[in-house]
Design a protein around this ligand. Structure first.
Ligand SMILES: C[S@@+](CC[C@H](N)C(=O)[O-])C[C@H]1O[C@@H](n2cnc3c(N)ncnc32)[C@H](O)[C@@H]1O
Ligand code: SF4
Length: 416
């Protein structure tokens, strides 16, 4: 099904998007722009956070009692599970539901900042010692050329994500990049550690659609996993973000992505209450470790760096057990295979989870057509190697961690 067919069959029927996380909210906006009126969202993991929420979020049980609904599956990680659930309720593809991934073939993450001021132990910016790509900021001119090229070559480009590994708010050109995207009809998602807000107000004035704050605890505990960051500063900046949103751009969705570790589980309710107070979405998820470069080496016999050993003890899941499960349940699919990460200098990463320079694609984004990139992606040795080790399912284990305090997550053990 293409987007025009969906718009046609959605007339006179309530349309619900199943999946209200970042991917889902941006998908909902894109559907609206394409003429599909979205009545609300379905999700058991994301909770509405204030009495007058702009976003209506229902529990999946609501589907049992409704006829004539049209559902668009807008969850990136749980698409297979949601589709099975819809089929079990008698929903028929093309008539009662559609997969957003079939409408939007490619996702783009543009890392507008090649640097981060924090050194989180779970993140390669804090734990990686191999050769890296350039540590610089993308300039506005390069950004404009990249976006123009994508618009010319990609059929349906509803949104781009302006971060991958770096901290986007450090780039003084971020507000102009957001404004340019909006001007070209592309919505924008940003994720920030919110330790530096010098460019925050101008960024919000440029009207991004979606803004994620990454958090892991309060007080002293915050700095254990957000190493180099200070909770007092972040708490002030959260107030500032709420105030700026209210003043300049009330439609901007703000989501708190709470990285759950053993050491910060006690702070979950504090952050959930903060989200209710500010009208932010609250999205807890079990913290995991990156990058894939290091995980591959570990599975192939190298020791884990000390930093990763220490932070792994704080994860909700045992990394070795997860890796064994991955190996036992290998599969051919990967939800990240059609995500293109463009580094701050225009280089393309072979996978969103790799960090080192050795996993750069042979051609940069501006040196090749999307057709060529697609062919190079189809032939990635890295993916063959990753799948042979079952590592394509590593991250889903953490996102599926459903029985943690405050984290009502979809249940699954691996991707299909
Ligand atoms: C590496 S961060 C870079 C973007 C930005 N600097 C930030 O802090 O949000 C990219 C995304 O990964 C998520 N993330 C970072 N560390 C994580 C961890 N240990 N477990 C789960 N998600 C994590 C963040 O919430 C963020 O949305
Ligand atoms: S198969 Fe592995 S390397 Fe390839 S995109 Fe998926 S996670 Fe990345």
């Amino acid at each position: 099904m293409n987007i025009q067919t969906l718009a046609a069959i959605s007339k006179d029927r309530p349309v619900y998007c199943w999946g209200a996380g970042r991917y889902g909210v941006m998908a909902g906006d894109a559907l609206l722009r394409a003429g599909v009126r979205v009545a609300g969202f379905i999700d058991k993991a994301v909770r509405p956070s204030s009495r007058d929420d702009a976003i209506k979020i229902l529990h999946p049980d609501a589907l049992d009692h409704r006829d004539g609904w049209l559902v668009v599956v807008t969850s990136m990680f749980f698409e297979g599970e949601i589709e099975r659930s819809l089929l079990s309720k008698g929903y028929v593809i093309g008539r009662d539901y559609a997969l957003y991934s079939a409408l939007k073939k490619w996702s783009f993450e543009i890392d507008v900042s090649g640097v981060c001021q924090l050194k989180c132990p779970s993140c390669p910016n804090g734990n990686f010692s191999g050769g890296t790509l350039a540590k610089d900021m993308m300039g506005l001119d390069l950004y404009r050329r990249i976006l123009s090229k994508l618009l010319a070559e990609v059929d349906f480009l509803p949104d781009v994500q302006l971060y991958s590994w770096g901290e986007p708010l450090l780039n003084p050109a971020l507000p102009d990049m957001v404004a340019y995207s909006v001007e070209r009809g592309v919505s924008v998602g940003i994720s920030s550690n919110l330790n530096d807000t010098r460019h925050l107000e101008k960024t919000i004035l440029a009207r991004p659609d979606w803004f994620r704050v990454s958090l892991s605890g309060t007080g002293e505990r915050y700095g254990l996993s957000h190493r180099g960051g200070r909770w007092e500063k972040v708490a002030r900046h959260i107030d500032q973000l709420a105030e700026l949103r209210g003043r300049h751009h009330p439609g901007m969705v703000v989501e708190m992505n709470y990285h759950l570790y053993r050491h910060n589980a006690a702070d979950v309710e504090t952050i959930a209450a903060l989200c209710r107070d500010k009208g932010f979405l609250f999205k807890p998820n079990a913290a995991y470790i990156d990058p894939l470069d290091t995980l591959i080496e570990y599975v192939e016999g190298q020791p884990l760096p000390d930093d990763l050993v220490r932070i792994s003890r704080e994860l909700l899941l045992d990394v070795d057990e997860v890796l064994r499960d991955c190996r036992r349940n290998r599969s051919a699919n990967c939800v990240r295979e059609r995500t293109v990460v463009i580094h701050s200098d225009g280089a393309v990463r072979q996978c969103p989870h790799v960090f080192g320079a050795q996993y750069r694609l042979d051609r940069g984004l501006l040196d090749s057509s999307m057709g060529e990139i697609s062919r190079l992606f189809a032939d990635r040795d890295l993916c063959r190697r990753c799948k042979s080790l079952g590592l394509n399912n590593f991250y889903a284990h953490f996102l599926d961690c459903s029985d943690q305090p405050g984290a009502e997550m979809p249940r699954r053990t691996r991707q299909d």
